[in-house]
Design a protein around this ligand. Structure first.
Ligand SMILES: [Cu+2]
Length: 359
């Protein structure tokens, strides 16, 4: 009796589970852009049903999005031209999630309609099991000849906390890490990598991006030739998740933005010219801003704003001596805005005694 039960359990549970949860990270019907998708059912014996979700961009919670059913007969390709309009009866840009208890594959081509024809790029539908907690996006090009857009989709029904790092052609970290919170099923629209990652005027004739996330993520870049608008879609490859090597002698500070004060911890009074500084900036209580200006009025940390609970890192090299000033840049943050400023003095070096030298 017991033996037959064991046999029964073994037989019942060794059937492979083919459930799939596939993401097309970018699709859209907007201005002259369209997306044509194809879905294929490889089964020789079974017609299948797929639940399709359109997840709009905007990095918002898409967990309440309702699905549309797509039926795919056995051994058939279903043609979904202009999929956003044809299947979802909407427009705009977003990711598409396709979910089924059965196996299938999905592909798409997102393209611009031009006077002389279309210019497009291939997007492979990737199962959520292929999403990555750490990845590398290669072939970044951003200069006079090319621009690079970056986008991402969170395939989880929970928030993902992502840290992005941009590296130049010498594999040196550019600027500082950028932290992004992605709500459940949130989608980040393709956007220029220079603005998204705060690259400033760095040389990005070649580069790459790494990301780490507490939830597996889909991320991609699209590299666009500025002269022809020829686009190339590049999905994330694997990375070890190692963080950037820290600069020897680097100093880091927590900077808390709260109603009425900007608080450094520890005090930046020991900084000297040449130090590499990372500020871990934390928002609390209200939407506060932050900017840091050098003694010569150079903007060291460009204006940023943080929601309560949000944080971001900014790294810079102290290039001048004198008084550095910081202040809140959101004048409507709170009634105590007018006291949200401060300064610190940078000397020449400590002269070996651990104390800052006057200047
Ligand atoms: Cu303020």
């Amino acid at each position: 009796m017991r033996r037959s039960l064991v046999v029964f359990l073994t037989v019942c549970c060794t059937t492979p589970v083919l459930a799939k949860d596939v993401f097309l990270s970018i699709a859209g019907t907007v201005s002259n852009f369209r997306t044509d998708s194809r879905v294929f059912n490889p089964s020789a014996t079974k017609d299948i049903a797929i639940q399709a979700y359109f997840l709009p961009v905007g990095n918002t919670d898409n967990s309440a999005v309702q699905p549309v059913t797509i039926n795919v007969p056995k051994r058939s390709q279903v043609i979904l031209d202009d999929v956003v309009t044809a299947v979802f009866h909407t427009s705009g840009i977003g990711a598409i999630r396709l979910s089924s208890a059965d196996d299938f594959t999905a592909t798409s081509r997102i393209y611009a309609q031009t006077a002389s024809g279309t210019l497009g790029q291939f997007v492979e539908g990737l199962d959520s099991s292929k999403a990555k907690k750490s990845g590398a996006l290669l072939q970044v090009k951003s200069n006079a000849a090319f621009r690079t857009n970056i986008g991402a989709a969170n395939p989880n029904n929970v928030e993902a906390n992502v840290t992005w790092r941009l590296y130049d052609r010498n594999n040196a970290l550019v600027g500082s890490a950028t932290n992004t919170k992605m709500p459940p099923y949130a989608v980040i629209a393709p956007q220029n990598i220079v603005a998204f990652l705060g690259a400033g005027s760095a040389d990005l004739s070649d580069g790459w991006v790494s990301f780490t996330s507490d939830q597996p993520l889909f991320a991609y870049i699209s590299v666009i030739d500025s002269a022809t608008t020829d686009p190339t879609y590049i999905p994330a490859g694997d990375d070890s998740g190692a963080t950037a090597a820290t600069t020897p002698g680097a100093k880091s500070f927590d900077v808390t933005l709260r109603n009425g004060a900007i608080v450094f911890n520890p005090s930046p009074s020991t900084l000297v010219q040449g130090d590499t500084v990372t500020l871990h900036i934390h928002g609390t209580e209200a939407v506060h801003g932050f900017e840091l200006v050098s003694p010569g009025n150079a903007i060291v940390v460009p204006s940023l704003t943080l929601d309560p609970g949000a944080s971001t890192d900014r790294t810079f090299i102290v290039s001048e001596q004198g008084t550095f000033s910081y202040f809140c840049t959101n004048s409507s943050c709170s009634p105590q805005h007018s006291t949200m400023f401060g300064s610190f003095v940078v000397g020449k070096g400590d002269g070996g005694d651990g104390n800052p030298r006057g200047y």
